[in-house]
Design a protein around this ligand. Structure first.
Ligand SMILES: [Zn+2]
Ligand SMILES: [Zn+2]
Length: 208
């Protein structure tokens, strides 16, 4: 199944993407599922029913949580999580409550994820391809790929409709609910996919 794991609606003040447009266009972009990950908010639950929609699209609610040691996409019972946890406290809480945490855009220049969090096993899932990163920020994840045994996924980080589904994650198993997604992220098989490798990784002849 193909999921966009990282999508911001207008609930995030930085986004102009209407949830109605996500619902209307996701299937046409080839998506089986979309995760709504607004900044520090799961308010989307007040506007929409989570899970399978009438057209078969699976919508999962999560959030993007910012810390001084990087940003994390979280899935789990985090509707009322406090906003001021340190990264280690946050990731321990995710682990304790049976959720899943993804290190978002870990090499983005102004939002880096501290390497000790993956080295010490606090976070084992990494967004290796992010649709809003510049190419070098995606390429730098190779540094971790060589050193650590981690799971890698991708997300568009859409803040507008044209960005929806530009970077996705392909799962080997069917995902119909939040708990399915958490199980697959933590234990399943998946990999990032993207629609335009020239833009995402800048594989241009001049680079060789
Ligand atoms: Zn944002
Ligand atoms: Zn984001």
């Amino acid at each position: 199944m193909l999921f966009d794991l990282h999508v911001h609606t207008k609930i995030s003040l930085c986004s102009e993407l209407e949830i109605d447009d996500v619902l209307k266009h996701a299937k046409a972009r080839g998506l089986d599922g979309v995760c709504i990950t607004d900044h520090h908010s799961m308010e989307i639950r007040k506007h929409l029913r989570e899970g399978l929609q009438n057209d078969g699209l699976c919508v999962i609610f999560g959030l993007e949580y910012s810390t001084a040691d990087g940003d994390f996409l979280l899935f789990g019972p985090f509707e009322n999580i406090s906003n001021d946890l340190l990264a280690t406290q946050l990731l321990e809480e995710v682990n304790r409550s049976g959720g899943a945490a993804i290190a978002a855009h870990p090499f983005r220049s102004n939002r880096r994820v501290s390497e000790h969090l993956v080295r010490e096993g606090f976070c084992r899932i990494v967004e290796s391809v992010n649709g809003r990163n510049v190419a070098i920020e995606n390429q730098q994840v190779e540094n971790w790929r060589r050193k650590y045994s981690l799971n890698y996924c991708g997300g568009s980080d859409a803040h507008s409709l044209d960005e929806l589904g530009t970077v996705t994650t392909r799962f080997s198993t069917s995902i119909l609910s939040r708990s399915d997604l958490i199980r697959e992220l933590n234990y399943g098989l998946y990999a990032p996919e993207f629609s335009d490798s020239n833009r995402i990784f800048e594989f241009k002849e001049s680079a060789f």
